[in-house]
Design a protein around this ligand. Sequence first.
Ligand code: NAD
Length: 317
Amino acid sequence: MASDRTSKIAVIGAGSVGATIAYACMVRGVGQQIVLYDIKREKVDAEVLDLNHGLQFVPMATIEGSDDLGICADADVVVVTAGAKQKPGQTRMDLAGANAQICRKLIPELVRLAPRAVLLMVTNPVDVITYVALKLSGLPRQCVLGSGTVLDSSRFRFLIARRCNVAVQNVHAYIAGEHGESEIPLWSSARIANIPLHEWAVPGHGKLRVRDRSEIFVNVKDAAQQIIRDKGATNYAIGLATAKILEAILKDENRILPVSSLLKGYRGIDDVCLSVPSIVNRSGVETVLEIPLNEAEEAGLRNSAEQIKQAIRSLGF
Ligand code: NAD
């Protein structure tokens, strides 16, 4: 197991998501050195000051911020959250052009400053942006990943757990494909403990009917829109989800997470970034798992790949 004692995390963008990722890492003791970079000097300084005022209460760490990208030098992991976010009614794909443009400037500079870093993309549309970052970086494919459907899967598990009145930690279920409109729920492999979800029928703990399933999936897909409409941005769950991915990387955990990465010859899917459960460790995405899929899920994954590919091609990549 690699130690995270001297690990350095660079967070690009100190907005709602970037600042909350730094906070979640600090509270969980992930990364000993955390730096934040943003083009808005006052904003990054204020976030870093606020975070530093809590240092007494968390594991030892240093937290610094700057509007100079040089602060990211020699980082072990660079997390990119910079860019436009959805306004109410906008889809993540609507952000593709503006956020790809930001990557064109940022990514080559970041690779020059932190050549050994794993790049973790969070900026939306995250699958498209992960592909763009991979191409701009020239790095091996395992070193560039996106937060993908880690967040969607935790929303999915939360809703199944609540419906069946069991602890969320006992629910094993994934959302795969795009982090967005074409994502798909992998019901066929979903389990509570080791009981397949379609067999789950425990008195006092519910049973999922077809209507419950579609309600749960609609809620997973619409969650971000609802939160953005009512509080302007999603930040806590993505902060925790990203801290968990960072921990898996820095502590070399071999943790299985549905991150977004470049697929090559995966069930007929090629040259596109999307999420399937994958083994994450210090090298980044070590192995993309060949997960069991029924026919509908496989077709859904192919459709998702097509949607993401179209967006990538429309950007000229
Ligand atoms: P925000 O507007 O609060 O923060 C974005 C920050 O990026 C701002 O502080 C801005 O100054 C900064 N920025 C813009 N251009 C920059 C550049 N070139 N270099 C450095 N910093 C720059 O937005 P947010 O709510 O933090 O969301 C950030 C991104 O994360 C959005 O694209 C959003 O859609 C995405 N997001 C992704 C997920 C996911 O699951 N992948 C979840 C939530 C949000």
